[in-house]
Write a protein that binds this ligand. Sequence first.
Ligand code: M6R
Length: 613
Amino acid sequence: MCGIVGAVLREGSVLEGLLEGLRALEYRGYDSAGVAVGADGGVSIRRQAGRLEALESVLADGALEGARIGIGHTRWATHGPPTEINAHPHTDGGGRVALVHNGIIENYLELREELCGQGVEFLSATDTEVLAQLVGRELAAGAALVDAVRSTLARVRGYYAIAALAIDDDRALVCARQGPPLCLAVVAGGAFLASDPLALVRHTHELVFLEDGDVATLSPGSYAVVDAAGEKAERPAVEVELDEEQAGRGAFAHFMLKEIHEQPDVLARTAFDRIDEVEGDVRFTEEGWDAECLRSFDRVQLLACGTARYACQVAAFQLEGLAGIPADVDYASEFRYRSPRLSERTLALAISQSGETADTLAALRLARELGARAGAICNVPESSLVRAADCFLMTRAGPEIGVASTKAFVSQIVTSYLLSVAAGRARGNLDAGEGRALLEELRLLRPRLAQLLSRETHARIAEIAERHHEVKGFMFLGRGIHYPVALEGALKLKEISYMHAEGYPAGEMKHGPIALVEPGMTTVVIANKGPLAEKVRSNLEQVRARGGQVICVGSDAPSLALADEAVEIPETSPWLAPILSVAPLQLLAYEIALRRGCDIDKPRNLAKSVTVE
Ligand code: M6R
């Protein structure tokens, strides 16, 4: 949802560094981009609609080289289409300030009307321009930039991370945070800011994380922060573990493909050092998950959006089946709009890759207000969600750059499995032997997943994609714990290939969706061995009987034999089987999107973290 960067140097030129930062943040939004640099008592701004490359080619003339201060932005449009005029940075009528913004200003219309009434002319349709105009007016009245930003933000309602530079000052940048993340890297020769550590770790791994309400001033080699109350705040740098290699694409054509192939290692990283083989139990290093605590809940309320919500649905099966705790799942975006009944014996558990999803954050905060203990399963240690939670578990998936979530999903399912085993042990639902056997399944799963991602299976899925990439549409069917996998398979396909795809519980098909079945329509059926195998098989036959094409993914040999296309997956524990069922669906979506010429890592209209409601 937009990425912002800023840099101020003692000497040298900021431009290439700003662009490098924007390249690292492009996953956050990629419909337009821009930079502003301060030089010779003025500000030069360049903006372009489209991908960052469009901006880079405009900047190739070298006209902005040599400036020592600058800000940059990569946009995911919220107010106004992705045109050059709506791209950031924005400035005020008097050209006193340049400003970039990630988030939403909720009362911008009211402020805009007020300013228009005073004769201010707006050039763009954005909410951001209101901020630039307000800061500009404060500067015109003689305020310093930091004070101008503070008084402007005092008038604003919403979520934002902003960065601003004043044209008459090439020594200081000002930035502020209320909601979306913002971190700083300060080294002897300069100071840098960005929406994500990914854009900063090439300067230093010692980063400063701003908190909500903070306003910071950055100069080469130093920074100062004031908090929401206007008091000087100590925000010491903390060491961030982030492997720059991990953030690259390596030899893979796309981040998504790389991330799919990382899944066996992610599984190991998420789980193995948390397994206590002797006790048949789980040891979390994170606080707040001891046996007493795990016994204190009588219910779990899971909250998330998108793929993370499907992980919640899998988690609900695991928690109920292994730990015997009732578990409900809600869309984070809907949770606030009913009257949820929670108590101090409820664990509200939010799952999120980014930890910045606005709906998920708001839902968890509400659950906490209503008396529940707020837990989080998250991939980003410094995220807002982790900070907002009473207790959290890290998924350790490493940076996920592809907009379509893959390895994060697997790491979330592994984490909820660990939590379910730990809760089962703590609550006496599982004995040590059962715990040991369940945890051993995780160790066995890694080679099975690696085998499933082999060249042979990938080639087989590519052949299937070749035959199905132009069909009318897709339906994905699964039962029990595989129903969320069917939803995830459909979401992956529609996100990156723009094909219509629906996920259904297999038994629900006959209540309506079966009307869609006809030649030219493909149904993907997840059919594993086990108590539901026969029922799924009969659903598969119902599709075949109506001329529908069936791709079967699973371990149930008779179902595989009935289908037009079959992808066999190894057997594993039913509680972990979604990890094996989803991998072929990820590859299928990838191969179909490839054949349809789609931009796999940056699908249209999407952004990696959705920091608006
Ligand atoms: O960062 P989060 O896990 O909170 O994100 C939630 C969803 O926005 C995310 O899973 C989205 O659905 C992905 N694009 C799915 O591939």
